[in-house]
Design a protein around this ligand. Sequence first.
Ligand SMILES: CCC[C@@H](CC(=O)O)C(=O)C(=O)O
Ligand SMILES: [Zn+2]
Length: 328
Amino acid sequence: MATETIKVNSREFVVKKYSFPTEQIPRLDYQDKKAEKLIENGQPVILTGSDLVGSAHHWDIGYLCSNLGSGQYTVYSSADGKFKYYDDKKLTQNKQFKPPTTQTDMTFQEFAAKLKRKDNKELMYLQQPLNETVGTRIVMDFTNFNWGWANETQKKNHWGPMTSNLLLVGMEGVITPAHYDEQENLFAQIQGYKRFLLFDPSQFECMYPYPIYHPHDRQSQVDFDNPDLTKFPNFANLKGYEGVVGPRDVLYLPMYWWHQVESLHGHGETISITFWYKAAPTVKVVYPLTSGQKVAIMRNIEKMIAEALNNNESMPSFMQAMVQGRYT
Ligand SMILES: CCC[C@@H](CC(=O)O)C(=O)C(=O)O
Ligand SMILES: [Zn+2]
């Protein structure tokens, strides 16, 4: 895999080189009117100065070890360093599906001890919603997040309720492959550096998500390291954005935007916290529809057809019969 060296804020990073062009994600002070406008328009922006999780800036592996308590944490392991999400509620309908990662529950102390070992054959990624099992100092830090700004941003943009804060602790080199989420996300970086590759929802045609009933629903089928352009020809037209988030940065990651996230080498484990919000309710449909709305429509139609047919094997021929020679 070819690599290239990029310079971000006088820091150099060696990153994987992909086949598609990218532009820089805007990087603005969180109080800059331009930043507020981008969020209002559902456009990604890296925000500086918000101190959204300023009270957690001292979080490192040692501090978390001493203060996260003895609760169980979900840790994924992967031989190739890729952590493609899969919905285990969809495993029953997909008996032949082989999960690409293994999932183990362990205490944070066990996880930290594994991080220290030099004989790890697999990369590990802890992904756990912050819950009431954490110690009092973590609760204090959590309480002191910049909720004033977060709540104001949620309100101004008519987002729905916040659903979860996921704590992410990744080894250098872990990759979350390209996918989209159906929630708004204020992504707060605490330690280490993550490269975000983002793609507008209108790039749906280039990303070839798995069928909606597949465990990898919302994930791209395309292997970015070795794209199969026979099977996925439009991937050759992909255009994206990219940026590196470091400690104290917050990325506004709009709903339905595709993203691939890479924990960069040379700066230690990455620690991040997500702030996920349900979508703003659609009060009045305004035309033209946004690209995100069109993805939502496609998803709903695909869901309805899958439910109506009640037989996933018949989906491909049904969907093709609907468009082939008619809309192609
Ligand atoms: C499980 C969530 C992973 C995260 C990406 C990353 O930091 O590796 C992401 O995809 C998101 O915040 O939406
Ligand atoms: Zn995501």
